[in-house]
Design a protein around this ligand. Structure first.
Ligand code: GLN
Length: 270
C-alpha cells in the first residue's frame, strides 16, 4: 500500500486542490493529512481519489466535486443546478445587512436566489428581518431550501420568474439580486468553472441587461415607500444599470466597488 505522502507527491493537481480532495475522500481535517502522511492508504480510497482527480483534471469545478462552497463564513451545499457562490457577492450581502440594521424588522426579497447563499446569509446576520427568495428553477430551490435548513436560517422560498413568484400586493423594504448578467457572446462562458454552471444563472441570452430591465421595472410595485433596490452586475455594467435605476425613478443611485476595486453593486432608493 502506498503512503499518503507518496500519493500526495504524485498527483497532477495543485497542492491545495490535492489536499482538499484527499480530505474529502478520507473525511478528515487538513491537519490530519499532515500528521498522518506516513499512513498507508487502502486501494479503495486511492481509487476514490483518482475518480475525483480525473473529474477535476477534466475541468469540473472544485465546488461541484466537493458539493460545497464557503460564503460569508457559512458552508453552502452546491450542485450543478446552481451558480457557485462568488466572493464578490459578499458585497451585495454586506450592503443588504447594513441597510437592514437600520430597520431591524425590515423585509427583504432576493430574486433568482440559486443556492440561497444571499438570503440565507442575510437571514443569519439579521434574525429579525423577514427574508423571501425566488427562483425559476425548482432544482435550485431544492438546494436553497436545504441550505436554509442546514444553516438554521428562516427564508420563505417561492418558485417563478422574478416577481411572478410572489403573491400580488406583497411589498418589501429591500430587494436584492445577483441575476444572470453575462452577454450571450462573452467568451468567458466557454472558460473555467462557467462551462459547468447553469447557463440560465449566468447568461440572459441577450446583451447581459435583460434581467436588470425586468427587476428594475417591477421594483417600484414591490417596494414600500422609501424602499431600496441593490443588484450585483458585471465589471462594465455599473453605468447602464444606474441608468435603468434612474429612469425608473430611483434616487441617490450609486455603485460600490468590490475588493478588486471593480464597481460591482449598484442601487438606489425610491
Ligand atoms: N459573477 C459571475 C461571473 O462572472 C457571473 C454571475 C452572474 O451572471 N450573476 O463569473
Amino acid at each position: 500500500m502506498e503512503t499518503l505522502r507518496a500519493l500526495l507527491r504524485e498527483s497532477r493537481l495543485p497542492a491545495l486542490e490535492r489536499g482538499m480532495l484527499w480530505q474529502h475522500v478520507l473525511r478528515v481535517p487538513r491537519s490530519w493529512l499532515i500528521a498522518h502522511d506516513d499512513d498507508p492508504i487502502p486501494a479503495q480510497q486511492v481509487d476514490a481519489y483518482r475518480r475525483l482527480e480525473a473529474r477535476r483534471l477534466a475541468g469540473e469545478p472544485m465546488a461541484y466535486i466537493l458539493g460545497f462552497r464557503e460564503f460569508m463564513g457559512h458552508c453552502f451545499h452546491v450542485t450543478p443546478a446552481v451558480l457557485i457562490p462568488r466572493p464578490e457577492t459578499e458585497l451585495l450581502v454586506e450592503t443588504a445587512v447594513r441597510l437592514l440594521q437600520g430597520r431591524p424588522a425590515g423585509s427583504v426579497l432576493d430574486l433568482g436566489t440559486g443556492s440561497g447563499a444571499i438570503p440565507v446569509s442575510i437571514a443569519l446576520a439579521c434574525p429579525h428581518a423577514e427574508v423571501v427568495a425566488t427562483d425559476l428553477s425548482v432544482d435550485a430551490l431544492a438546494v436553497a431550501g436545504k441550505n436554509a435548513h442546514s444553516l438554521g436560517a428562516t427564508v420563505a422560498f417561492h418558485q417563478g420568474s422574478w416577481y411572478q413568484a410572489l403573491r400580488p400586493g406583497k411589498v418589501f423594504d429591500l430587494i436584492v439580486s445577483n441575476p444572470p448578467y453575462i452577454p450571450k457572446d462573452d467568451p468567458h462562458l466557454a472558460q473555467g468553472d462557467l462551462r459547468f454552471e447553469p447557463k440560465m444563472a449566468l447568461c440572459d441570452g441577450h446583451d447581459g441587461l435583460d434581467a436588470y430591465r425586468a427587476i428594475v421595472a417591477g421594483a417600484p410595485r414591490h417596494l414600500s415607500p422609501g424602499g431600496s433596490l441593490y443588484v450585483e452586475h458585471g465589471w462594465d455594467q455599473a453605468e447602464p444599470v444606474c441608468g435603468l435605476l434612474r429612469q425608473a425613478g430611483f434616487r441617490e443611485v450609486h455603485s460600490l466597488p468590490d475588493l478588486a476595486g471593480i464597481l460591482r453593486v449598484s442601487g438606489g432608493h425610491l
